[in-house]
Ligand binder design. Structure first.
Ligand code: FES
Length: 153
């Protein structure tokens, strides 16, 4: 079956701006989809906004071993998350990523879920390592992902 991607998906796939491993990231999150085998890793550098506005995503990059959609999703997600306060980055939804890509074929929608999960895991890692308060929904998702990972290895 042929899969057709939007021009934006193909652009992110062929010319990703955020691809690459980051040296000494402040947070990293890795998730995989057990069904298709794709793996996505997000790296974060965290900065501090002046006047107690809190932590924000100063830099972000990804490494993805996966399909065209997973790579495009990773790159688009980095675009959406860069510069955002942590609490706002946690509000990024799959739909937002898919819309920013001009849509994804239905069969590829699940690829967008990987992006949000990897970002959440990277933020969890940063908050946890720095002994900062972790929102309840982030803790819950982290536990679920850990369990899923266990089951699949
Ligand atoms: Fe599974 Fe793309 S085919 S993440």
């Amino acid at each position: 079956m042929a899969i057709f991607y939007s021009k934006k998906v193909l652009k992110h796939f062929t010319e990703p701006r955020y691809y690459g491993k980051m040296k000494n990231p402040d947070g990293r999150g890795k998730v995989g989809n057990p069904v298709c085998g794709d793996v996505l890793e997000i790296y974060l550098k965290i900065g501090k906004k002046p006047k107690k506005q809190g932590d924000y995503i100063k830099d972000i990059s990804f490494q993805t071993l996966g399909c065209c959609a997973a790579i495009a999703v990773s790159d688009a997600l980095c675009d959406l998350a860069k510069g955002k306060a942590i609490e706002n980055a946690l509000k990024i939804k799959n739909n937002e990523i898919v819309n920013s890509l001009g849509g994804l074929p239905a069969i590829k929608y699940h690829c967008s879920l990987l992006g949000v999960d990897a970002l959440w895991e990277a933020i969890y890692d940063y908050l946890n390592k720095n002994k900062k308060p972790i929102p309840e929904n982030l803790k819950l998702r982290h536990r679920q992902l850990k369990k899923e990972n266990h089951r699949n290895h």
